[in-house]
Ligand binder design. Structure first.
Ligand SMILES: C[S@@+](CC[C@H](N)C(=O)[O-])C[C@H]1O[C@@H](n2cnc3c(N)ncnc32)[C@H](O)[C@@H]1O
Length: 393
């Protein structure tokens, strides 16, 4: 019987789904082998994909927490640990809501069962009120090295089991977010996981990525970690310097190696002629960016403020599209961008992507998302980041 694998998405499963499909495409794998098993679990059914390839894919993703193998027979799986001489450390997680299984109860009965076979074990239970372990608990308890994590995967009609192979490297993401030398909170900083997702939505594995609004460099940094070469530019020369220093830090920390990059000051609304010439002669594979969205807002804004902020974003993007369409004239290029929605006293305000693009640009969201909106928005946040995937024909 062929093996099946599962990927568990993080907090934005529709966005994660699109990311998974895009990365499958980057690895020349067909999207129809990805089955949406439940809201946040995706099962891969295929006879001819190697586990190592899926593991490599998992390690590129920003929007996924777990990767594992579906277990055909739970007794055979547990028996395989009965030959272990050392103490087994194990965890239980239920990945979904439609289950009557409680991790603690199942964990205690497995512990008892192992004891009957003379195996001593340590059971790591999810935190109070949680049904799944978090990635940090799995790593800190060395669960995957010293034993196993058994996952219960329920959906509306069945319940299957899985064994975790790897979890997201949350510490590395956290380190890049919190320990990099420069962060410009006033300008707004993208979460590294979202930057990673956006880069992956290009469906590319290598090439050159350009971020024309680089700020302190979250997108260039994640691009470099994935092995892309990049261009980073910004109207603000301090931002360019901060990106350079942050990337140098990645190099010093040996997080990246052999990345070619250039960073320079560029106002997309008044682009310097020489830089435009250079950009048109550079082989750019994709543009990935987040525009300036105003000083981060703490409260719901008045509609007039939102309108002003949105007009600024629109005019910045219009200049960028003019630059690409009329001056740099790139064809066959991918563009992944963010349009914000602001929560106002009258409800949410945004504008449509169609206001920005001419018919050279193909909107690819529905191909990757199955018609669902691609959004990143934290609970109680007053800003939503809407993500769009474009291809210039
Ligand atoms: C929200 S920040 C980008 C943050 C970045 N993604 C990060 O995580 O650090 C937007 C950036 O756009 C830049 N910007 C604003 N107007 C610009 C223009 N006309 N041309 C180029 N960059 C511009 C700002 O200086 C700012 O650094």
């Amino acid at each position: 019987m062929s093996k099946q694998y599962f990927f568990e998405a993080g907090s934005f499963p529709d966005l994660s789904y699109a990311e998974l499909i895009a990365v499958f495409e980057a690895f020349s794998l067909k999207k129809d082998i990805v089955h949406r098993y439940s809201q946040n679990v995706f099962v891969i059914k295929s006879n001819d994909i190697e586990k190592d390839v899926l593991l490599r894919i998992f390690n590129r993703l920003g929007g996924f927490i777990r990767f594992g193998e579906v277990i055909d027979d739970i007794d055979t799986f547990l028996n395989s640990f009965c030959e272990k001489k050392n103490k087994v450390v194990f965890g239980i997680s239920v990945l979904g809501f439609n289950s009557n299984i409680f991790p603690k109860k199942l964990g205690n009965s497995i512990k008892k069962g192992l004891k009957e076979y003379g195996i001593s074990s340590r059971f790591v239970a999810p935190k109070r009120d949680e049904k799944a372990l978090n990635a940090a608990q799995i790593v800190h308890n060395s669960i995957l090295e010293k034993g196993f994590e058994l996952c219960v995967l329920p959906n509306n009609s069945e319940e299957i089991y899985g064994s975790t192979i790897d979890v997201q490297n949350v510490e590395e993401f956290g380190k890049r977010d919190l320990e990099k030398p420069y962060t410009d909170v006033e300008m707004g900083v993208l979460p590294p996981k979202l930057a990673r997702i956006m880069i992956n939505l290009t469906s590319l594995r290598d090439g050159v990525i350009w971020d024309p609004f680089c700020g302190s460099g979250t997108i260039p940094m994640e691009a470099a970690v994935l092995g892309f070469n990049f261009l980073a530019s910004d109207i603000d020369s301090n931002a360019v310097h901060h990106t350079e220093e942050n990337v140098k830090w990645l190099d010093e920390e040996e997080i990246i190696q052999d990345i070619f990059y250039e960073s320079f000051r560029l106002d997309v609304q008044q682009p310097d002629h020489e830089i435009v010439k250079k950009l048109s002669n550079t082989d750019i594979s994709a543009i990935v960016c987040e525009p300036y969205m105003g000083v981060p807002q703490k409260r719901v804004v008045y509609p007039e403020i939102a309108e002003k902020l949105l007009n600024n974003v629109k005019s910045l993007y219009k200049s960028l599209f003019d630059l690409i369409d009329k001056k740099i004239e790139k064809r066959g290029i991918k563009l992944v961008l963010i349009i914000p929605s602001y929560k106002t006293t009258n409800g949410w305000e945004t504008f449509g992507i169609r206001e920005l693009i001419n018919n050279r640009w193909e909107l690819q969201n529905s191909y990757f998302s199955g018609g669902r909106d691609l959004k990143w928005s934290r609970k109680n946040s007053i800003i939503t980041r809407n993500i769009f995937i474009l291809y210039r024909t």
